[in-house]
Each structure stands twice: as C-alpha cells, then as structure tokens.
Design a protein around this ligand. Structure first.
Ligand SMILES: [Zn+2]
Length: 366
C-alpha cells in the first residue's frame, strides 16, 4: 500500500512539477501575449476601421446610386439605366465607356451641391431628351436638374465654368463646337479630365434645319464635329448631340438615329447668350425652374455672363433644394475614320499633335 501510495504521490508530485515548469515557462508568454493582444487589437481595430470604412462607404454609395437609378429605370424606358460600374456591359463593338467612371473623391466643400445620381444612357436608335422637343423619356424626378453647356471650349469662360462646377463638386454635360475644340483642345481636355460628359454640337455651328444645307453637308457637320472632339480629347466622345439653335433637321435626325447618337434639346433655356448680365441669367433659370420643378438646363460655357453667373446659380439651386443628375453614355461613339483622317488633313497636321504653342515656340531673346 505504502509503495502504491508512494507511486501515486510521486506521480502527483511529478505532475505538479511538470505543471509548474510548464506554467513558469508559458505564463510569461501569456502575460506578454495579453498586452500584445490588447494593443494589437486596438491597432487592428484602428486599421480595420481605417481601411474597411471607406470600402463600406463606397459600397453604400454604390447601393444608393443603384437604388435611385433603378427607380428611374423603372419609370422610364430601358434607354436609361443605373450606372455605378464601368461599362462591363458595353457592347462588343464599342467597349470603351464614354466617360470613365471616376471614384467619388472627397469634396472639399461640405455644403456642396454635388451629384445626386448618375444615369447611364443607352443611345441605341438615337433617343431624344429635353421636353422642349422630346417628351418620351421623362426620367427626372421633381427637383432634379441636368446642367448642360454649349459652344465651348473657350478661354477664360470655360475654365471659369469648370471652377464653379468643381467648387460645388457637381457634373455637367458639354456640347463643344468642333472648330472650337481644334482651337482650344487643352481646355476641352480639362472638361473631360474633370469627369464631365462631353458630346458634340456640329463642326461649325451650322443650322442643320436650313434649306441651304444638303443631307451630305448635315452629315459632314455632325461627323466632323465628333471627330474634332475626339482629336482634341485623344479619346472618343459620348454619342450625345445637340443641334445648333435647337434646329432639328429631319434628315439629320434620321441620320443620328442610324448612328445611335442621343439628341439633346432642353427643358429650359437660360437664354444666357442674350442676357445683359449674370443676374439676369440666374433669374431666368430660377424663375423657369420654380415653375417647371425640374429639367435639363441649357447654358453656354462660351458666354462670359454664364461663367460669372454660375457660382450664384449653383448656390441658388442648392438653397432651393434642387439636385443635379449627371447623364452619361453607356458606350463611347465610334467616330468615322474618313472624318478623323480628313480633319487631320484639313488642318495640315502631319500628326494629331496637340502640343501647346508655348511648348513649341518660345521667345529666347527680344
Ligand atoms: Zn450653340
């Protein structure tokens, strides 16, 4: 018995000793591990919120935009669709998105007007927008506006318009004149770089509804205008077109349909080109808007008074509870090679060089 007890005791003692040794060697690690875990957890939590939060916020923004857009597409034709992703669904023949989807960058202005939603337009068949002429696609909700600017790019005025839009972190659609795009390609590139949608507005601002214009001339005005924008941007424009003076020539309308180019009229015209000052533009737009409640607004980045009016106008839109919707094309326009090449030849350019004058010619002595 005693021997048995001794064996048991020895066993117990050795277990205790082993446990003590294990504890002695292990417990410091536990002691170290505890603060490690705490501090590591804190650090991990910080970095987790630091990295995961923006991702979640981005996802939330995508969901919100998609939800709003889904609502819009439910109330309109399939021409207008939700747009939050790159054009993964672009048609095989034109896989390039018309306006690259840019990540939502932080807006420095906490009270900015911003962009409430983005709609993507499937331009197949040449849908028309703007209730002055086209009433099929009523996609704007009450208090929603689309900002559009024609006739640029132009020095001073277009950059001033871009600054006013950037200050309010909002986006617009631009319809540049082809000739102007060849005069000031760098300014047009600024428009595109700021994330605005860029369509076209003919080559020379010709009235395509004039009896003096043949069908071929109308086609040339349309195609040369788009090719000039492409030459200036170094990228294909959106298949968005606005007729000069909103003169919708039937032949040109039919042609644009075959080219799958959306046609833009407007819901309200600012008549900024004949306004005597900036205040008159603000008053005209706000008076019409308060009556109609929403709409595509036609302005001109070419006009000095418009550039001057824009900061006030955007402030009034925000104060009035209006929200800006950006229109984007599902896919970029494929310009016609003959017009791209013809334009380069016309301009007597050996290449499509767009180097600014200052880079090519410099005064070194006077
Ligand atoms: Zn115009």
């Amino acid at each position: 018995m005693r021997n048995a007890l001794g064996v048991i005791l020895a066993g117990v003692v050795s277990v205790v000793v082993i446990t003590a040794v294990w504890f002695w060697t292990y417990s410091p690690r536990v002691a170290l591990a505890a603060p490690d875990t705490v501090s590591a957890r804190q650090a991990a939590r910080l970095s987790a919120t630091g990295s995961a939060k923006p991702a979640r916020a981005l996802a939330d923004e995508i969901e919100v935009t998609a939800a709003i857009s889904a609502k819009s597409s439910a109330t309109t034709a399939s021409t207008i669709a939700a747009s939050t992703t790159t054009a993964s669904t672009a048609v095989p023949s034109a896989p390039v998105p018309a306006t690259p989807v840019q990540p939502k960058t932080a807006c420095a202005n906490p009270d900015a007007l911003g962009v409430s939603r983005v709609v993507e337009i499937d331009t197949t068949g040449g849908p028309g927008f703007g209730f002055e002429h086209f009433k099929q696609f009523d996609f704007l909700a009450d208090k929603e506006v689309v900002l559009t600017f024609d006739d640029g790019p132009w020095p001073v005025n277009t950059p001033a318009v871009l600054k006013a839009l950037a200050d309010e972190c909002t986006k617009a659609v631009f319809f540049p004149i082809g000739k102007h795009a060849t005069y000031h390609p760098a300014i047009l590139r600024q428009v595109a770089a700021a994330g605005h949608t860029v369509g076209a507005h003919t080559w020379s601002h010709a009235n395509l509804n004039s009896k003096k214009i043949s069908e071929q001339q109308a086609k040339d005005e349309v195609e040369k205008g788009f090719s000039a924008v492409k030459l200036a941007l170094g990228a294909a424009p959106s298949p968005f077109f606005r007729f000069p003076e909103l003169q919708h020539g039937p032949a040109a309308m039919a042609y644009l349909g075959t080219r799958n180019v959306a046609i833009f009229s407007c819901d309200l015209d600012s008549f900024d080109f004949r306004a005597k000052d900036a205040a008159q533009i603000v008053n005209t737009v706000m008076t019409k808007l308060d009556k109609s409640g929403k709409g595509i607004i036609l302005m001109h980045d070419f006009q000095k008074h418009t550039a001057e009016a824009l900061p006030t106008l955007l402030g009034r839109l925000k104060a009035g509870g209006y929200k800006v919707v950006q229109m984007r094309a599902k896919a970029a326009l494929q310009t016609l090679a003959e017009y791209d090449e013809g334009l380069v030849k016309d301009m007597k350019l050996p290449t499509a060089s767009t180097r600014p004058l200052g880079n090519v010619v410099q005064t070194v002595s006077q």
